[in-house]
Design a protein around this ligand. Structure first.
Ligand code: AMP
Length: 222
């Protein structure tokens, strides 16, 4: 049976970095709701303006909108053999929808929590930069680009800094996470589908732990 891999963790835990590696190495599509909405918000329409304003505030986009986007995206052909969710589900309603979706798509769900202590998250978030061409993620404190503010593969453009990756927005985003999303950890734990990996290790070590879980199915469930 094919799998839905749910990458969980606070903003800045490294979900995006790990999802990109999984996509590259295991060939499963990475579905990042944050990326989907960031792309959508670039249009010049009332909906795009609304999405942009919500994202920049650090609050969540309404469930019914996110749920429709995920349903549509995961019904595409490349998701047939499984997919990676990065940034979804974030609320109880989204998790409920995902249970139905998994049943309908005949897929099992494995949740992986990348555990990072709160005090590290702020630097991870405010230091984050990404390549506007390939999406490679850097961090000015922990993984600085070799060339000044440029991706080594695409030096023609400067790295971008997300509008919500600022110190003022971090607090709102972490509060939203604690309030809305952290309770889902307990839900996946209770249903025996949660695995934890230490998120302070080097990113290759985190990846190795995640790959083991994905491939074997089971490393002692948390
Ligand atoms: P991310 O890139 O995952 O950190 O998401 C950035 C922003 O996109 C969030 O702060 C929300 O405003 C929005 N967003 C992403 N995923 C979701 C989701 N599953 N539910 C609601 N809002 C979301």
């Amino acid at each position: 049976m094919s799998k839905i891999i749910v990458l969980m963790g606070a903003p800045g835990a490294g979900k995006g970095t790990q999802a990109r590696l999984l996509q590259e190495r295991l060939g499963l599509p990475q579905i990042s709701t944050g990326d989907i909405f960031r792309a959508l918000s670039k249009a010049n329409t009332p909906l795009a303006d609304e999405v942009r304003a919500i994202q920049q505030s650090g609050r969540l986009i309404p469930d019914e909108v996110v749920i429709r986007v995920v349903e549509e995206r995961t019904s595409q052909d490349d998701c047939r053999n499984g997919y990676i969710l990065d940034g979804y589900p974030r609320t109880a309603a989204q998790a409920e929808m995902l249970e139905e979706l998994a049943a309908r798509q005949s897929k099992t769900l494995t949740a992986i929590l990348i555990d990072v202590p709160l005090e590290l998250l702020e630097k991870r978030i405010t230091g984050r930069r990404s390549c506007p061409i390939c999406g490679e993620i850097y961090n000015i404190y922990f993984k600085p680009p070799k060339m000044d503010n440029r991706c080594y593969l695409h030096p023609e453009r400067e790295l971008t800094h997300r509008a919500d990756d600022t110190r003022e927005k971090v607090r709102v985003r972490l509060e939203t996470y604690e309030h809305e999303t952290a309770p889902l950890i307990e839900f996946y734990e209770r249903t025996g589908r949660l695995h934890r990996v230490g998120g302070t290790q080097a990113s290759e070590a985190i990846y190795a732990d995640i790959e083991r879980i994905v491939k074997n199915g089971i490393v002692a469930a948390a």
